[in-house]
Design a protein around this ligand. Structure first.
Ligand SMILES: [Ca+2]
Ligand SMILES: [Ca+2]
Ligand SMILES: [Ca+2]
Ligand SMILES: [Ca+2]
Length: 205
């Protein structure tokens, strides 16, 4: 399993994964901190079961701003760790975790062939983080898609997203499925018949 931490700076980059199973592949830096703005990147994980693939960073904190990225999972099941293990999940437009006053970019996130987990902004959005307006594509396969994040807590808010499942049996949420009761779009906004999925991995510190 490849473990990739590409830190090319904050320019506009084109970054490819390997044909193996990549864990952590991001467009800018591991931590996008206060005052930092991610570049507008193309990140393509290619073949393999890839996880933690993002347009900007693993973590966004402070008033970090995500760039407008194109993020592709490529072929493979780009989803979650093996049962009983923890680690990063799926593909996100901006980061694994968004905290503080961070803001996502307007991204195109495409799972590609395979059973993928795809999020327009992040796996977890906390504090006062804000999602942007993303296009989320599942592609072929049984995908789970979120317009913003699988988990929104605190005062996090989602953006206005376009989410398209593609061929296969997909599960789609406009914002997130694990919502704190105080979060905008919380349980009161949960649509009838929606399932709540457990999210493997640790999303909180
Ligand atoms: Ca970026
Ligand atoms: Ca892949
Ligand atoms: Ca985004
Ligand atoms: Ca797919």
């Amino acid at each position: 399993m490849a473990k990739i931490g590409d830190e090319p700076g904050l320019g506009n980059n084109v970054i490819f994964g390997t044909s193996g199973d990549d864990v952590f592949l991001f467009g800018d830096v591991a931590t996008l901190g206060p005052g930092m703005h991610g570049g507008n990147d193309i990140v393509d994980a290619l073949r393999g079961d890839d996880r933690g693939i993002t347009g900007d960073a693993i973590d966004m904190v402070g008033d970090a701003r995500g760039g407008n990225d194109i993020v592709r999972g490529g072929p493979g099941n780009d989803s979650f760790p093996a049962p009983g293990t923890s680690g990063p999940v799926g593909i996100s437009g901006d980061a694994m975790n968004m905290r503080g006053d961070s803001r996502g970019g307007n991204d195109m996130v495409d799972g590609g062939p395979g059973n993928d987990w795809v999020q327009g902004d992040a796996s977890g959005m906390f504090d006062n983080s804000r999602g942007a307006n993303d296009v989320v594509l599942g592609g072929p396969g049984d995908d789970v898609l979120w317009g913003d994040a699988s988990m929104l807590q605190d005062n996090a808010r989602g953006g206005n997203d376009l989410v398209i499942g593609g061929p296969g049996n997909d599960t789609i949420w406009g914002d997130g499925n694990l919502l704190d009761p105080t979060t905008h779009g919380g349980p009161a906004g949960r649509r009838p018949g929606q399932r709540w999925l457990p999210v493997p991995g640790r999303l909180r510190p």
